[in-house]
Design a protein around this ligand. Structure first.
Ligand code: 5BU
Length: 277
């Protein structure tokens, strides 16, 4: 089977295929820092998260958060996070997984304690409610230059986001976000932007969680693949790693070194994929 055409274009050359400021920023950072690694910082205090971010920042293009798991959330944290994102050159992705009607998600995105749209460059949503979820989030996020990813597949065992659901999710984006100004890609395990459905010059980012260099999974249904399997074999653009990096045992340097090990593995797989031409 011939490789998906997008996987043969260098990240830097894909910048011109986007108009969304967040998509452009992500590809620029990836190109500049030679990294397709996103670190997921799923610790339960904001102070611990900041420590991890300072250690991994140099190796990543993106930091992914779940701010609803912090016991000590304040906007001092988000201010510090935004500051670090500028200093260390990464994009912020709040993995909120919105899943309600358009009106509700627009409020959840802009209001409440977390005010996600005010500090997070990128967020994501389930397609299960239908296209109104894209319109509701777009109303808030597009004027701010934010980006959205739709969940087309999940890494967990038994996920229902497969086959027809995945295909319909892709079609929903094509039909709803006509100028591709807000939805910049998908959370998926495969290159779900099917060749026969994309027009020339259309470019989507595929981000894959469920990545580990040594473990195969956990006891709660998570399934891991290696950076090589994600980037080279499945054609993903960005690998998302959580416990594989922040959960590593050892001193402060161990987390930094592990992030660098994943960065190198992800980048090597990307270079091999480009050279496959
Ligand atoms: P881990 O520690 O590398 O297993 O963490 C993976 C992170 O990615 C975690 O924050 C999950 O919420 C997130 N995730 C995932 O694991 N699988 C999915 O399909 C999606 C998100 Br969508």
């Amino acid at each position: 089977m011939s490789p998906h055409p997008t996987t043969l274009i260098p990240y830097g050359e894909r910048i011109k295929l986007h108009t969304n400021p967040t998509a452009i920023k992500i590809l620029e950072i990836m190109n500049r820092k030679k990294t397709n690694l996103a670190v997921s910082v799923d610790v339960t205090t904001a102070s611990e998260a900041l420590k991890v971010i300072k250690r991994v920042g140099a190796s990543v293009c993106m930091v992914k958060t779940h701010v609803d798991i912090f016991e000590d959330f304040t906007h001092e944290f988000t201010e510090e996070l935004v500051k670090l994102s500028k200093e260390l050159d990464f994009v912020i992705f709040e993995d909120r997984k919105f899943a309600d009607i358009g009106n509700t998600v627009s409020l959840q995105y802009s209001s409440g304690i977390h005010k996600i749209s005010s500090w997070s460059d990128l967020t994501n949503a389930h397609s299960v409610p239908g296209p109104g979820i894209i319109s509701g989030l777009s109303k808030i996020g597009k004027p701010l230059g934010r980006g959205l990813l739709l969940l087309a597949e999940m890494s967990s065992k038994g996920s229902l986001a497969i086959n027809e659901y995945t295909e319909k999710t892709f079609k929903m984006v094509k039909e709803t976000d006509l100028n591709r100004e807000f939805v910049i890609g998908f959370i998926a395990q495969n290159r779900i932007d099917k060749i026969e459905l994309i027009k020339k010059g259309e470019d989507y980012l595929i981000l894959s969680p469920g990545v580990g260099l040594s473990l195969k999974g956990d006891s709660l249904g998570q399934q891991y693949r290696t950076p090589y399997e994600c980037i080279f074999e499945s054609g993903s653009d960005i690998i998302i790693v959580g416990r594989g990096i922040y959960g590593i045992e050892g001193d402060e340097k161990a987390i930094k070194d592990e992030a660098e090990r994943y960065r190198q593995a992800g980048w090597k797989a990307y270079e091999e994929r480009l050279n496959r031409k």
